[in-house]
Design a protein around this ligand. Structure first.
Ligand SMILES: [Zn+2]
Length: 65
């Protein structure tokens, strides 16, 4: 463990949480990934909100970038 808080560039691909979708992003932090995923899920997948269960799957799929 580095002791660092969850910071630094992060990458995420929508398909990693099970969507047949090519959307992916890099963001400055895991929080930003979650924020941008919420927008994407609403616009592209018709999800009015991201459930806690889906947010947890997103968190698990976020990688250092
Ligand atoms: Zn998607």
């Amino acid at each position: 463990m580095t002791g660092a808080i969850d910071e630094g560039p992060r990458a995420f691909s929508c398909r990693d949480v099970g969507y047949a979708c090519e959307w992916s992003l890099r963001a400055a932090s895991a929080d930003e990934v979650q924020s941008r995923f919420r927008d994407h899920a609403r616009c592209a997948h018709g999800l009015p909100e991201v459930s806690g269960e889906l947010a947890a799957r997103v968190a698990a799929a976020i990688r250092p970038a």
